[in-house]
Ligand binder design. Structure first.
Ligand code: NAP
Length: 357
């Protein structure tokens, strides 16, 4: 098997062989109310993150939310570090002393971004549309042989104009959800018990759910129909559902898992495939954040003590957000998890059997 370690099983979803701190078995300890939304808080009775007020909002930048937070000696993984929100996230974490492992589709792109940020960044190639590349990246990170404080699954692709598929699934679903699902599963055994964080970057959560059923299990390959925006939203709902399910699965290890919608952001490459009239583009720019602001919520969730222990939530503008009703569908999240596992296993298991022979 390419990643060189046991594939996680249902009872050990993240193959916690590298876990070093004792397991946390107590259930959710308390709920806090933020606006009209109840947030689940992992049991952390003596830790610093029992409850903290949060002064940040849509205007905060990643630098603001991390001001005064010393990340020396801490290690983060950021995917999609070569541009936009991912680059700004890596930049702010590193500015506070963190070691950041920056992943990009190609090694030169990752290396160039890491060089721009500074010597505490390590470049790793990871093409999320290629499960072998994902396994190689996970192997390279494990070879660094140091626990991870957080994984930020930020990379994304959007509005691909024509249908393309691999492993039997459409490309936005593959890159945004399945590739990250595989990466996180192969790395989460390295995430610190008790304090570790996993942040999955979702999006389009304020838009009307589309498709209506959330995930088109009968059309993951787009053969029934393909529409770029619908498939983008589907992939981002899958990311948020996956965060919910992973939060439930990692609750016992005290690892916080949250989803983030960075909100409409200007100056990034995400909408490179969208052709918009100049006027619409100019007007919409007025309502967009820049990437430094868009990076704030994921930086907060990955590294700030203020939100320690909060898990299983969708966040936007540095606050817990409500999100679509489908996010509360536990059966949908479970089914998605099983289907995603099936897609990844279908690719890796034959190889595993071959390696074992
Ligand atoms: N911008 C917004 O308005 C907005 C709104 C909501 C959510 N988001 C989410 O925020 C995240 C960051 O987006 P952004 O706005 O910063 O866009 P961006 O500038 O396009 O950054 C996306 C990053 O993902 C990488 N990526 C794309 N396909 C990949 C693949 N197959 N393998 C590995 N990396 C790949 C890109 O690398 P390449 O340059 O090599 O393609 C790039 O580094 C995305 O998940 C996006 O869906 C953005």
């Amino acid at each position: 098997m390419r990643c060189g370690r046991a594939w996680p099983t249902a009872s050990d979803p993240c193959g916690g062989a590298d876990a070093r701190t004792p397991q946390r078995t107590d259930p959710m300890a308390q709920a806090i109310v933020k606006g009209c939304v109840r947030a689940k808080v992992l049991a952390n009775p003596s830790g610093p993150g029992r409850f903290h007020s949060n002064p940040f909002n849509a205007r905060s930048t990643a630098d603001h939310v991390l001001a005064g937070v010393d990340l020396t000696g801490r290690r983060f993984v950021v995917t999609g570090c070569s541009s936009g929100i991912g680059f700004e996230t890596m930049n702010s974490l590193a500015a506070n002393g963190a070691h950041v492992v920056g992943l990009a589709r190609s090694w030169p792109a990752a290396a160039e971004a890491c060089l721009r940020v500074g010597p505490t960044c390590t470049a790793v190639a990871c093409d999320l549309s290629d499960l072998d590349s994902v396994a190689d990246a996970a192997g390279a990170i494990r070879a660094l042989n140091a626990p991870l404080d957080a994984i930020i699954a930020n990379a994304g692709t959007a509005y691909l104009p024509t249908l393309s598929t691999r492993y039997g699934v459409e490309m936005q679903f593959l890159v945004n959800h399945v590739g990250h699902f595989a990466l996180v599963k192969q790395l989460c055994g390295m995430v610190r018990n008790g304090t570790g964080r996993i942040v999955l970057v979702s999006g389009a959560t304020r838009a009307k759910p589309s498709p209506r059923e959330g995930i088109m299990f009968d059309n993951l390959d787009g053969s029934r129909f393909y529409q770029p925006a619908t498939f983008y939203r589907q992939s981002k709902l899958a990311v948020a559902l996956c965060a919910k399910e992973l939060a439930r699965r990692l609750q016992g290890r005290g690892i916080a898992v949250n989803a983030v919608d960075p909100g409409a952001t200007g100056g990034t490459q995400l909408v490179r495939h969208v052709r918009q009239p100049l006027l619409i583009r100019a007007v919409s720019r007025l309502f967009r954040k820049d990437a430094k602001r868009a990076a704030a919520t994921q930086a907060l969730l990955a590294a700030s003590p203020r939100v320690a222990g909060i898990s299983g939530e969708l966040w936007a503008d540095c606050r817990i957000a409500e999100g679509p009703a489908l996010l509360g569908d536990v059966d949908l999240a479970k089914r998605l998890w099983e289907v995603s596992e099936g897609i990844v296993d279908a690719h890796t298991l034959p190889e595993k059997l071959r390696d074992a022979a």
